[in-house]
Every structure is written in C-alpha cells, then in structure tokens.
Write a protein that binds this ligand. Sequence first.
Ligand SMILES: C[S@@+](CC[C@H](N)C(=O)[O-])C[C@H]1O[C@@H](n2cnc3c(N)ncnc32)[C@H](O)[C@@H]1O
Length: 277
Amino acid sequence: MSMLLQRLAAYLGHSQAALELKWMSAFAETSKQSLSELVDRRLKDEPLQYILGSQPFGALNLIVRPPVLIPRPETEDWTIRLSKTITPSPKHPISILDLCTGSGCIPLLLCHLWPQGSVRAYGVDVSTDAVELATENAARHDIPSGTDGLRNSFKAQQGNVLDPAFPKSVEPPFDVLSANPPYIPWKEYLDLPPSVLRYEDPRALFGGPSGLEFYHAIAGMVSRPGFLKTDAVVALEVGHEQAEKVEDILLDVGAIQRTEIWNDPWGKARTVLGWRT
Ligand SMILES: C[S@@+](CC[C@H](N)C(=O)[O-])C[C@H]1O[C@@H](n2cnc3c(N)ncnc32)[C@H](O)[C@@H]1O
C-alpha cells in the first residue's frame, strides 16, 4: 500500500493521493481489477471518475464512462440554481429540452429536484454512447422514459443539433431549453489537461473554430415559430469570455427579449439565461 501511495503521490501530491487511494481501495474490493491495476490506470492520466465509474451530481450518483463527458461541478451549480428559478408543479407542468445531454446530468437532476408530475424532459445527443448512458442514468434513478402525468419523466434520443432538419425529430413547443454544448475553440483545445484530451470525446469539447458554433445553431432553433412557449426560458452554459457574445447571439435573432449572466462559484461568467418575455 505505501509503495502505491508513493507512486500516486509523485503524480498527485500527498494529500490528494491519500484520498484517491482510499476511494480506489474501497472500489477495488468489489471490482475485477486489483488496487495496483487501478493505480496504474490513474498514473496514465485516466480521470478518477472513469476508474470508479461514477460521479455525484447534486443528490444523484451518475454512472460515467469514457468517452462521455464527466459532469462538472460548475454545471451542477447552475442546474441547482435553475431548479430554484423555475417552479413547475403538477398543476402547471412543463416540458424541457436538454441539448447535448451527455450523461443526462442536467435534465435528470431537474427531474429529481422538481415535484413529481411537474416535468417531461427530453435529452438529445449526437453520440450514441451518450444516449445509452443517459438512459441508464435515468433507470438508475428510477426516472421513467414515458410519462403517466404522475411522475417526472426523461427520454434521451440521438440527434444532431447542427443539422438544419434537427427540430423535426423533437416535439416542440418547450418551456425550457437547456444546454451545455461543446464550446472550446480550436486554439484552446491543445492546452486542455491530458486527462481530458486522452479520455473525453473531442466531440464533447470542440465548439467550432470560434467556440460559438452551437450557440448560433441554438439561437436559430429557438427563433423558429412554435419552438418555444411564449414565456420560455433558455439556459446555456458558456466558456471563457463567451457570455456576452452568447447574450448578443440570442438577442440578435429576436426570439429572446431579456438575458442575464450567472457566475459560477469560482467567479467566472458561466451561464447565460434568456427569457422570451
Ligand atoms: C460539453 S458536453 C456536455 C454533456 C452534459 N450535458 C454535461 O453537462 O456534462 C457536450 C455534449 O454535446 C454532444 N454533442 C456534440 N456535438 C453534438 C451535435 N452536433 N448534436 C448534439 N449533441 C452534440 C457531445 O456528444 C457531448 O455529450
């Protein structure tokens, strides 16, 4: 054990290594892999979450596996804030479309936090790995894919947000459109840590040369007649120095009348909210 700790400490520093070794050692007891094999994987830059196979997200404990993006704490933070900003109820149920849904983290946490019978959630992702994982995560948290009106539901499906025919495969109008789309511009991609570059899907990260490609597509989508309800809300996670540009993109298409920027707990402008009224 102390040899493994030394190897890991050279990579992570002593206190982080001690913590991670404790978690990996608990996991090794029920895993087919030995603790030493798990440590070897970590020393090859594999994210701890992929090794342990799970990541807490609010009260949920999501399954995670490569190459689907590991949900980040900043996304968890604004999802919880969104759950307090909009207050659906069984008397006033809403529908939500989560684009680029990945593990399903955003709509699944909202389904968990909002009262039962108050939301029908849909998630779309281009990656079939993501659609499968989001579906498994819904099942793990006992969130049904079909709605009986009594319980919150979530259904994931494959779709390409950048395809102009995309809206045909979903059923508008929606009360809420949420997304944490790929937003890393080309020039920042190579500066990402090796744990991200080697293990997470590049499609989950690239947002086109400027990083803004998906926001333009989403703005075009929400400006189509009948896509959003009259008092709908749009919530979009954004990257470094993108918040004001994304506000402009949303306001320019005319479907959104008012915007607001939310900072993350580390003080970075992280989410752009847009209201139709
Ligand atoms: C930044 S990740 C976000 C995943 C998840 N929502 C989260 O917050 O952890 C972006 C997601 O967009 C998906 N994606 C990439 N290109 C897409 C496209 N053209 N249409 C739909 N989804 C796409 C990726 O597969 C990835 O799951």
